[in-house]
Design a protein around this ligand. Structure first.
Ligand code: FES
Length: 144
């Protein structure tokens, strides 16, 4: 099984406990989302559908469910995504989760793609992947 934790900074955290129940810590929005899914889809989180929205909580829960199913396959996995500005891929991922849903916003928040621009297509693919509903393969071309 994939790793049992998705975590944003040290705040929002979804974890599978030894008894296979979920432990959720973090903001009110994330805890509310988990409660809504429990009441709508039951306690068996493994059978939950993917959240369809683009809030940070929905993106995190979608990532968690995909990881647990072994289906989390982002299109860019190297440690550093922007070599001109030395921006780690994780920084771009966090920016996307927190609301940088356009390449321009990712550039403003992280400085990625603000020099030669070579990394911009990878940033665009990451945005599309994180905002997709769990059906977009990391290997598929991303239309604009
Ligand atoms: S590699 Fe990102 S701007 Fe050059």
């Amino acid at each position: 099984m994939a790793k049992a934790v998705v975590q944003l900074e040290s705040q929002d955290r979804i974890e599978v406990l030894a008894n296979q129940r979920l432990s959720v810590n973090g903001c009110h929005e994330l805890r509310e989302l988990i409660l809504v899914f429990k009441s709508s889809h039951g306690d068996d989180w493994k059978a939950w559908p993917f959240p369809q929205g683009q809030s940070h909580s929905e993106i995190l829960l979608r990532q968690f469910l995909l990881e647990q199913r072994g289906e989390w396959n982002p299109p860019y996995t190297h440690e550093e995504i922007c070599h001109c500005r030395a921006v780690p891929t994780r920084e771009v991922e966090k920016a996307i989760i927190m609301g940088a849903h356009t390449p321009q916003k990712v550039s403003r928040w992280t400085s990625a793609s603000t020099a030669c621009g070579t990394c911009r297509p990878d940033v665009e693919k990451m945005i599309s992947y994180f905002l997709s509903s769990g059906t977009l393969s990391g290997k598929e071309p991303v239309s604009k």
